[in-house]
Design a protein around this ligand. Sequence first.
Ligand SMILES: Cc1ncc(COP(=O)(O)O)c(C=O)c1O
Length: 370
Amino acid sequence: MTLDQHAAAAFPQARPEVESLHAYSAPLEGRRPMLRLDFNENTIGPSPQVVEALRAIPADQIAIYPEYDGLREAVVANLRLPLQPDQVGLFNGVDAAIHAIFHAYGDRGETLLTTSPTFGYYSPCAQMQGMAIEAIPYEGDGFAFPLAAIREALLHPRSGQPPRLLLICNPNNPTGTRLAPEPILELAAAAPQTLVVVDELYEAFTGDSVLPLADFAATPNLLVLRSLAKTAGLAGLRIGFAIGHAAVVDRISRVTGPYDINSFAVTAAFAALRDQAYVDDYVAEVLRARAWMAEQLSAAGVRHHVEGGNYLLLWPKGDPAAVDAALRQAGILVRAMHGKPLIDGSLRVSIGTREQMERFWSAYRTVEGC
Ligand SMILES: Cc1ncc(COP(=O)(O)O)c(C=O)c1O
């Protein structure tokens, strides 16, 4: 046996797709004491009603498996749309919904059509299924949605095979690019063999949802993702929803474990869905802080891009890695977009409250001398 063969034999090899996978990696430690503007989270925490509900969980509830009755109904009531509860799938965060979609629908040799740059978890999910990825770049300095190119790749694919999945992040993370609901619905209607997934994680900051216009009976290949992570402040509890045709929701739910969402997340979700006013107030505060931040950046002549979402991109004059490190030194985390197509050299800065953005801006001006 050669050394290499020994190394290979030392542990069971995974599927070839997994062996070659570059997993989505995010810095997961040491963030707690900092001002966290790196993951687009809610920066102040959930509604006090959520905290109260969690504190009131009796000990015996921890000992039993979670129960989900009424939660789909609560999601439908919160959306105020004529949906049936079985059109709502419950997942351990939208990340788990994305994983399940690929698991259920993405097969070896099939294609994921998406945009670039976009949320970093779509690609590894496609790769682990052995799928090809066609990622179409955003257009121009304003990172406009490449609608004509997406339509072409969807309806006239070079391989002759329609893409299995089209993933549209709206607004897009990290460019903030917005797309009106109508063209998305048109794409879905024109491509019935493709599952068109609209990741609406940051929709609360734009209001551009396809849900109010969607007719899932006529367009069963449309699926919408929503989460309580970024607005309601439940990121740490992990709960997200996939909304669409009941049969599609059922297929995606089949590939998850029976108790993937824990009891704490269920309790918190009920309370968060009941207190929509808290979320609305938080979103309004973030939008005000975002407008203020954009004004400061413009006045100081800092190149930036702000569109949808609770985040913006800015391009430091100095070395972005050094600026990132100096901000961290000052107790503030942002996300360097190093190596990302079109936005290499930028920093993505999540938006929190006005007060938090004032703190960020003061540190940034010190670091950059602007
Ligand atoms: C576009 C997008 N989709 C999905 C997710 C994951 O959301 P969740 O926390 O619900 O798993 C994120 C998180 O950053 C995101 O930015």
